[in-house]
Design a binder for this molecule. Structure first.
Ligand code: ZN
Length: 68
């Protein structure tokens, strides 16, 4: 009883939870060039920024997922 989970290989479980967040997959937004304004809400920004804040960046990524 209750020993079914023992059949799961422990290595695979760990691979799904990488401890290093920097090795996360590249987001769609990271392929964009900075254009001087927010890609999501068009708010004027520094020429090196793509988004005015994380909420906009996250929202943009979400839309990119849906339009894939
Ligand atoms: Zn924005």
């Amino acid at each position: 009883m209750g020993t079914i989970e023992d059949d799961f290989p422990e290595k695979d479980a760990r691979a799904e939870h990488p401890s290093d967040a920097q090795s996360a997959p590249v987001r769609p937004r990271q392929a964009l060039p900075p254009k001087g304004s927010c890609w999501y809400c068009e708010k004027p920004l520094d020429s090196v920024k793509r988004f005015c804040g994380k909420p906009c960046a996250d929202a943009f990524d979400e839309e990119a997922e849906y339009t894939r």
